[in-house]
Design a protein around this ligand. Structure first.
Ligand SMILES: [Zn+2]
Length: 180
């Protein structure tokens, strides 16, 4: 029986007890520094333009596979968390869907549309990777509000994501759908 308070158990011991491997240790370093996905940097790496715009909808995507142009516009008035999610959502459309030469606008109130749902699941996986969530969750005693701060997402997005992971909802496949 352990007499020490669980809260005082050092991280190394928690991880030793959880039989953490190299991946978990590396993830922890990332977590201590910043587990939040550097979404702006990712856009830069991908060569995707990013703009703040005054617009009604949360965001939109312009893509052209011929010219190689990809631009994401995000509603200027959105919160920081909302913007991060919107950018991830538009990146998902860029990876998954066909809007060639067109501008896709995220209309509010249409979450039931399959592609919007797909894009949001992809975005959640990008901002809150399953393997990281599973490592971070016990360290924060499954408190999704605190976990949200770690991943720099909204509490609602974190709670929803955590619920999905715990109930075994699988992440979207890496490959693009051919039938869509
Ligand atoms: Zn969308």
């Amino acid at each position: 029986m352990q007499e020490t308070n669980q809260k005082k158990t050092p991280i190394w011991l928690q991880m030793r007890n959880q039989a953490s491997g190299p991946e978990e240790l590396l993830a922890l370093v990332a977590h201590r520094g910043n587990a939040a996905t550097p979404i702006l940097e990712l856009c830069r790496c991908l060569g995707v333009g990013l703009w703040d715009s005054d617009m009604v909808e949360g965001g939109c995507l312009e893509m052209n596979t011929q010219s190689g142009i990809a631009n994401i516009r995000v509603q200027r008035a959105s919160t920081r968390h909302r913007k991060r999610f919107t950018i991830a959502h538009e990146l998902a459309h860029l990876m998954l869907h066909e809007f060639d030469g067109k501008i896709h606008r995220d209309a509010r109130g249409y979450p039931q549309i399959l592609i919007e749902h797909e894009a949001s699941r992809f975005a959640a996986a990008l901002l809150m990777p399953e393997h990281l969530v599973k490592i971070v969750a016990p360290l924060y005693k499954y408190n999704t509000s605190e976990m949200a701060q770690v991943f720099n997402v909204s509490k609602e997005a974190m709670a929803y994501r955590f619920q999905n992971i715990m109930s075994g909802v699988h992440d979207p496949m890496r490959k693009r759908r051919k039938d869509g």
